[in-house]
Design a protein around this ligand. Structure first.
Ligand code: OMP
Length: 215
């Protein structure tokens, strides 16, 4: 695995973002690991996280015109990514986010930031069932813009209803490419390199056998 992904997963472990145990997911599945991006909760964490997102986007060579952060968790992620793209890659993209409740006073409306136009990249944390992404696609299309890709931190590589993962379904249904900083495969490989993580590796591997997509 490349050092970039190893560094990212190490960072997640250090910050407690990646945890092992028993976690009931939105889907009802009981997972031996959980990724909680909300625990990147200091200025330095967010700055480092933004750098990982930005680098993933630059490496993917995605053709986009702006960033969109879906409320709530996508908002600081899109902002941190936009800052890192400007400071570290000299790419000054406009960015925008939505409110969950439309305002009926002041400037009104439910979108904040740059107007949604052109090819829009959705920035979020984890995709499980893809619900949040589907909502973002609707918001972007309603504004007359084009959803052009998704950038997330972790691809759990789990099957959805059928054989495809939720991410593969999003790619198929909307023609959107999903870019992830790291995947479940990276996590299994990473845990395999840490002797004191063998127990967790086995549990994650067993979970992958049961719910993972075929790779
Ligand atoms: P969808 O909007 O259905 O794709 O689900 C994404 C959500 O799953 C995230 O925003 C979290 O609330 C939750 N989640 C995680 O954040 N991390 C995980 O490792 C797993 C889940 C989950 O519940 O599946």
């Amino acid at each position: 695995m490349n050092t970039f992904r190893t560094e990212f997963l190490q960072f997640c472990l250090e910050r407690g973002v990646l945890r092992f145990g028993e976690f009931t997911l939105k889907s009802g599945r009981v997972s031996p690991y959980f990724f909680n991006a909300g625990l990147f909760s200091t200025g330095r964490d967010l700055s480092r996280l933004g750098a990982f997102y930005a680098r993933t986007l630059v490496d993917a060579d995605a053709e986009i015109d702006m960033l969109f952060g879906p409320a709530y968790k996508g908002i600081p992620l899109a902002a941190a990514t936009a800052i890192a793209l400007a400071q570290q890659h000299d790419r000054d993209y406009p960015y925008c986010f939505n409110r969950k409740e439309a305002k009926d006073h002041g400037e009104g409306g439910s979108l904040v930031g740059s107007p949604l136009t052109g090819r829009v990249l959705i920035v979020d944390d984890v995709i499980t069932a893809g619900t949040a992404i589907r909502e973002s696609v609707e918001i972007i299309r309603a504004a007359g813009a084009e959803p052009a890709g998704v950038l997330i931190a972790l691809d759990r590589q789990e099957r959805g209803q059928g054989e495809l993962s939720a991410i593969q379904e999003v790619e198929r249904d909307f023609g959107l490419k999903v870019h992830a900083i790291a995947t479940l495969s990276d996590l299994v490989e990473f845990l395999g390199e840490l002797p004191d993580m063998a127990r967790h590796r086995d549990a994650v591997e067993a979970y992958r056998k049961e719910f993972g997509i075929r790779i």
